[in-house]
Structure formats: C-alpha cells, structure tokens
Ligand binder design. Structure first.
Ligand code: HQG
Length: 181
C-alpha cells in the first residue's frame, strides 16, 4: 500500500469499525454500508473518495481488512469492530491445536489476573502463526507472545470464529489456557 492508500485504509478502519457516526454513517448489524453513501458522507466531512480508490484499497490492503459485497454495492470491515451498531454473525469454526496472541509486556500482570479480554473491540484477536502475533504485539510495546491452547478450549465449549482475512476471534481466553513462549 502506498501512503495515500494507507491514509484511506486508516480512515475506512475508523468509520467502518469504530466511529461511523463521526461522518453521519449508519452501518447495518453485519457492518455493511452502501459505497455511494460512504463516499457522500466522507465528502461532507472533507474526505474525497471515489469508487476506484476504495476498490484499490480493498484489493491491495495488507491485512485484507475490508470486503466489498458480491453485488459490488456495499463495503464492510471484516473484523476489528468496536462500534455497538455492528454485531457480525461470524460462523463458528474449529480452531487449530494452537493459536497465538501477540501483546506487550506491560499488559502481562493484568492479563494473568483477568485472562485475555476483548476491551473496546468485540473480540480478542488471535493469530495462526507467531510472526503475525509478533507484529500485532509490537504495536503496543515490548512484544511477548502467548501460546493459546485453542483445541482444548474448543473441547471445553469455547466458541471460535475466523474473519474473512484469517484473524481468529474469541470472546475471552481464561488464564489456564495460555502460557508465555
Ligand atoms: C491487551 C490489528 C490488559 C491485548 C492487529 C492487546 C489485530 C489486555 C490490547 C487487531 C487484557 C488490545 C487487534 C487484560 C487483552 N489486561 N490488557 N486482561 N486482555 N489485553 O489493538 O489484539 O491493523 O484492541 O493483549 O493486527 O492488539 O487494526 O487488540 O495488546 O489483528 O487491522 O489489550 O488489530 O489489526 O489491543 O489487535 P487491540 P490487538 P488492524
């Protein structure tokens, strides 16, 4: 992604995941919004977008954060939401034996008291591989990787989901299923 695309991706993340009301946008409960409406609302708030730019950002986005509907009319963020407007009905999915969570050392005391909690987002995000988890954790400080006993959790009745971009989602992870690598 070039610099312009990164700026657009950040803007789209903000309005499609967190603060749609900041530009007068209404998302449906699955997170979708009409692309024409998005372009109009963005323009009213000084952000010039057009369909081709949006399509390019969706196609080239490094983490495949967004999806365009089959009829090409609507767009949504595939995961990462905090807005209460959205509650995506993710399918349940059987996880691999192990998943990973990248975080920062300064969160560890709290994590080992409470377990992993979703915080402002709707889900705790887990990664299928350690290198992705490292990148996620580095955003917060000195990185530490937690190994999560996903299969065991699944056997114990925890529900796992996977967003279209591969990110694993779960509501929480109790302390007994994690250890530091
Ligand atoms: C931590 C990015 C204290 C948790 C990434 C994390 C990801 C606790 C932070 C996606 C805690 C939340 C999500 C507890 C969890 N006490 N801290 N009990 N439980 N935490 O950004 O997982 O670029 O909301 O470890 O790639 O870092 O936005 O979640 O460090 O996929 O597309 O609280 O965001 O994707 O931070 O990242 P975040 P995350 P995008």
């Amino acid at each position: 992604m070039d610099r312009v695309d990164t700026k657009i991706s950040k803007f789209l993340s903000y309005v499609l995941r967190h603060q749609p009301e900041s530009i007068g946008l209404v998302l449906d409960s699955e997170g979708w919004v009409d692309i024409g409406t998005l372009i109009k609302c963005a323009a009213k708030h000084g952000k010039r977008l057009n369909y081709a730019l949006i399509e390019q950002v969706v196609a080239t986005n490094d983490k495949k954060r967004f999806a365009i509907s089959e009829d090409q009319k609507r767009i949504r963020a595939v995961q990462g939401h905090s807005t209460k407007l959205v509650d995506i009905g993710y399918q349940e999915k059987i996880p691999p034996v192990i998943l990973y969570h990248g975080t920062a050392t300064h969160f560890l005391d709290s994590i080992f008291k409470q377990g992993l909690v979703a915080g402002t987002r709707h889900y705790v995000h887990l990664s299928a591989d350690q290198s992705t988890a490292t990148k996620v954790g580095q955003r917060h400080g000195k990185v530490v990787i937690l190994k999560i006993e996903a299969q065991l959790m699944y056997e114990h009745g925890f529900k796992f989901h996977q967003a279209d971009n591969g990110v694993w989602l779960i509501k929480s992870v109790p302390v007994e299923y994690m250890r530091i690598i």
